[in-house]
Design a protein around this ligand. Structure first.
Ligand code: CAO
Length: 415
């Protein structure tokens, strides 16, 4: 069976995390992704956070599956010639260099269009046009500038960044959608275009509900589902909401049996309105079904702390999995707090290919996250990341370079 993006060639100039997540997704959908790396050095993540000496790190291997790697000094005139051939033959150039790096290399958008008018040039940058457009940006800077940090954490603590890499991987996802959309439009116009995903914009897009709350706060001066209500005055900006649910159904994280020793013995519990009566029955508070102080969602808002601490008395008597089993019988929405260890061992995630075991010639077997997007007619097989420059000769041969020419380039340290 073919793959959705069979025949699409990606010139992959990405490094670190944001860009590589994007091109990895495209590779999983069948695109031929040629990763261009600095000769002798490669993507900096190959050497970062290493767990085995002299072996590509998990950071690199888990972000660069299904790609080919070539080394090329794109600042050398001979290297630029190779790059021009690659631009001619590829459909998409993806990059996440610091602002201006591609221009400094001599490959402005105008020049790229001259070389290949069908080329789609896709970039991740920290910021879009504006005061910070020239800044270098990493994950947590984007989380802070995109509104995630100011709205994450508890009211009495500092802003917090989240473990989910919404700045890097989140932006990579946005960029991948931009690329396939531009490819779709090219089918009709025959022309390439520029695609930009700024990390601040992607984080803000994922924090959309907080901008919703900012406007609700501006208008009503209160956010009744936030834990500050009713005791604490609200300020001008959306405060941190702890573990409150971001939607209209109040939720909180509650202790389960074993919480004293297990840092993840917790459950997320949502007091969804349609199952309120079931919740009351499960925790043994039947009177709350009809008590006017508890009977309606609006009446419950000032009592959420009392409600959740009563529910917690019940969850503390069950493990998170026992609680899940009981609550699911009543359709009460809840979720166990799973550790990475539990996720790594979860058979259902292995069965769907969301967690995969991959073999690597130098590191041996390791676990990775497979393609989270499942297409019924374009199945993903996860293959290992390439060694540095593993495909240089193969790709140059496909571009028409003879063995002697390749040797010359190697002798001149261009590849
Ligand atoms: N041959 C020759 N030179 C190459 C090359 C190659 N194959 N590949 C890259 N280079 C050069 C670049 O041209 C650039 O040179 P100049 O500075 O002289 O123009 C240089 O290598 C360094 O590139 P960089 O500035 O992108 O890399 P950095 O490590 O200094 O910065 C980062 C890294 C991520 C902060 C920066 O790339 C950035 O802000 N990117 C955009 C935002 C982004 O994606 N951030 C998320 C990264 S994941 O956390």
């Amino acid at each position: 069976m073919g793959k959705a993006l069979d025949g699409v060639k990606i010139l992959d100039f990405t490094h670190v995390q944001s860009g590589p997540t994007c091109t990895q997704l495209l590779a999983w959908f069948g695109a031929d992704v040629i990763k261009v790396e600095k000769a002798g050095e490669g993507d900096a993540t190959r050497g970062q956070l290493r767990d085995i000496p002299d072996v590509d790190s998990l950071y690199f291997t888990m972000l660069n599956h299904n790609k080919r790697s070539i080394t090329l000094d794109t600042k050398n005139p001979k290297g630029k010639e190779v790059l021009i051939e690659l631009i001619k033959q590829c459909d998409v150039l993806v990059e996440n260099f610091a602002p201006g790096a591609l221009d400094r290399m001599g490959f402005s958008w105008e020049r790229i269009q001259q070389i290949n008018p069908r080329m789609i040039m896709a970039s991740v940058k920290g910021f879009g046009p504006g005061p910070y457009e020239d800044c270098k940006v990493y994950e947590n800077v984007a989380q802070c500038a995109g509104g995630a940090a100011s709205t994450t954490g508890f009211d009495d603590g500092p802003p917090l960044v989240t473990g989910a890499q919404i700045g890097d991987s989140g932006t990579g996802l946005h960029l991948a959608l931009g690329i396939v959309t531009a490819l779709f439009q090219r089918e009709k116009t025959g022309k390439g275009q520029k695609v930009l995903a700024a990390m601040q914009d992607a984080v803000l897009n994922l924090c959309r509900v907080k901008l919703r709350d900012q406007q609700r706060l501006d208008r009503t001066k209160v956010l009744q589902e936030y834990p500050q209500f009713p005791e604490t005055e609200f300020g001008e900006a959306v405060p941190r909401a702890g573990n409150a649910s971001g939607g209209g159904q109040p939720g909180w994280i509650l202790k389960c049996k074993g919480w004293q020793h297990d840092p993840n013995a917790y459950i997320y519990f949502i007091t969804q309105a349609p199952v309120w009566a079931s919740i009351c029955k499960v925790i043994g508070e039947e009177s709350w079904i009809t008590d006017p102080s508890y009977a309606t969602p609006k009446a419950r808002l000032p009592h959420l702390k009392t409600i959740f601490s009563r529910i917690e008395e019940w969850t503390k008597t069950k493990t998170k999995f026992e609680a899940m089993e009981i609550l699911n019988k009543y359709d009460i929405p809840c979720g166990p707090i799973l550790s990475m260890k539990e996720i790594a061992e979860e058979p259902a995630l292995r069965a769907t290919g969301t967690v995969v075991e991959v073999d690597h010639p130098k590191r041996g077997k390791y676990l990775s996250v497979g393609n989270p997007i499942k297409l019924s007619d374009s199945e993903t097989e996860v293959t290992r990341s390439p060694l540095l420059g593993e495909h240089t000769e193969e790709v140059l041969a496909q571009l028409g370079y003879s063995k002697d020419q390749v040797e010359e380039l190697r002798a001149a340290k261009v590849i």
